[in-house]
Design a protein around this ligand. Structure first.
Ligand SMILES: C[S@@+](CC[C@H](N)C(=O)[O-])C[C@H]1O[C@@H](n2cnc3c(N)ncnc32)[C@H](O)[C@@H]1O
Length: 232
């Protein structure tokens, strides 16, 4: 069997992710309420630029953006299916909108723009450790002075191995995600087992500090799901 890529599940079964989020199994409701609050704090409506890496269909970020519309929004994703839905969810936003079909690390490493906010939701954990280090360096480079990196992602406990994290998270999925049909649940579990490489908070903090961020704050934590604000 050909091994799947981290993004296969999002290319082929976007509806499965939609189902998981509809049941709020990854706490999108609470998490994106906080993201909306952050954008209202940071973004003078119509005056800031936001880069969204691994934007998916932008379904949950779109209402936040509508409360604090940026001047420029760019969403980057490798799933064309998700990007075409994103166009619809973002319709009506009075911003200059660009949706880019590209690898998010390549996108942030090559951007020539200065961004006020770099946002990424549940995507960085697919990167290797080296890629995450490069991601923080690129984010620090392209953010304006005082700019924010808002990261939504799963995080490992300190001293928890990836294997122990996976045991915990797959059990959490099988115990709690009861609204997902069995075969689809197992597809989601296989995706997590094969492609999720979350870091601990101290590792993320060390990577960010090394890249030049001077403040790291957990905005909200729901089980393993975090909103972390990095500022420079
Ligand atoms: C779990 S979804 C998250 C969608 C949305 N940001 C959210 O918070 O609900 C992860 C998204 O990241 C995208 N993704 C994963 N790795 C990527 C990469 N290397 N480059 C671009 N997009 C990537 C997937 O295609 C998918 O749309």
């Amino acid at each position: 069997m050909i091994p799947s890529e981290p993004t296969s599940i999002f290319k082929d079964s976007w509806s499965l992710y939609d189902l998981i989020t509809k049941f709020n199994y990854m706490f999108h409701e609470e998490i994106y309420t906080e993201v909306g609050n952050l954008l209202r704090l940071k973004g003078e409506p119509g005056r800031y630029c936001l880069l969204d890496l691994g934007c998916g269909n932008a379904r949950y970020l779109a209402p936040c953006l509508k409360q604090a519309p940026p001047l420029v929004y760019e969403g980057v994703d490798l799933s064309e299916a998700a990007l075409s839905e994103a166009r619809e969810y973002l319709a009506g936003l009075p911003s200059e909108i660009t949706l880019t079909h590209q690898d998010m690390l390549a996108a942030i490493e090559s951007t020539s723009r200065t961004w006020d906010v770099v946002f990424t939701g549940f995507a960085i954990h697919h990167m290797t450790s080296d890629e995450k280090t490069r991601f923080f360096a690129a984010a620090a480079r392209c953010l304006a002075q005082g700019g924010w990196l808002i990261m939504v992602d799963v995080v490992r406990e300190e001293n928890q191995s990836r294997e122990d994290y996976l045991d915990y998270y797959l059990k959490f999925m099988r115990d709690h995600w009861t609204g997902v049909p069995r075969d689809q649940l197992e597809e989601a579990c296989a995706h997590v087992r094969d492609h999720d490489y979350p870091e601990s908070l101290s590792t993320l903090r060390a990577m960010a500090t090394e890249a030049g961020f001077n403040s790291v704050r957990i905005v909200i934590r729901k089980a393993q799901h975090h909103v972390i604000l990095f500022s420079r």
